[in-house]
Design a protein around this ligand. Structure first.
Ligand SMILES: [Zn+2]
Length: 142
């Protein structure tokens, strides 16, 4: 999903939470946006390049082109988009209210990504589990 849509929808979440959480509402807002930094980590790790702008361009081009091509599904591993990460921060939520708010933002982001996945025909997907990503053949990885 486009970053601009994540920012806009997370801002709406922020406005909904603001009367209840006051300034704490900024935590789910920020976490729902910053989770996508893992795309950069994936790009930097797999492409051995550190340019942030090129990472952004890479994923934008990938998204545009994948709708056109009829190639098979390829997978990427975005660590903050995995069930394991969600489970980990949910465990931390048992001990810290800040992590409850972070988990809320991350879960909100993942729901939006899932809606995006259902409504677009991108031929790449994020592996939902580390195990899945490391079990598939290398040819199935982007
Ligand atoms: Zn995402």
């Amino acid at each position: 999903m486009k970053v601009s849509i994540h920012i806009l929808s997370s801002f709406i979440l922020f406005l909904i939470l603001l009367p209840f959480l006051k300034s704490w509402a900024v935590i789910p807002f920020i976490s729902a946006i910053l989770i996508d930094i893992d795309h950069y980590f994936y790009y930097a790790f797999t492409r051995k390049k550190l340019n942030f702008k090129n990472s952004y361009i890479f994923f934008n081009e990938l998204r545009k082109n994948s709708k056109k091509s009829g190639a098979g599904i390829l997978y990427i591993l975005c660590i903050f988009h995995t069930y394991e990460f969600l489970f980990l921060i949910a465990i931390f939520s048992l001990f810290s209210e800040v992590f409850v708010l972070i988990t809320l933002g991350v879960a909100f982001h993942l729901i939006l990504d899932y809606i995006d996945f259902l409504t677009t025909k991108a031929n790449y997907r994020k592996s939902k589990m580390f195990l899945h990503y490391f079990k598939i053949h290398k040819e199935e990885r982007l």
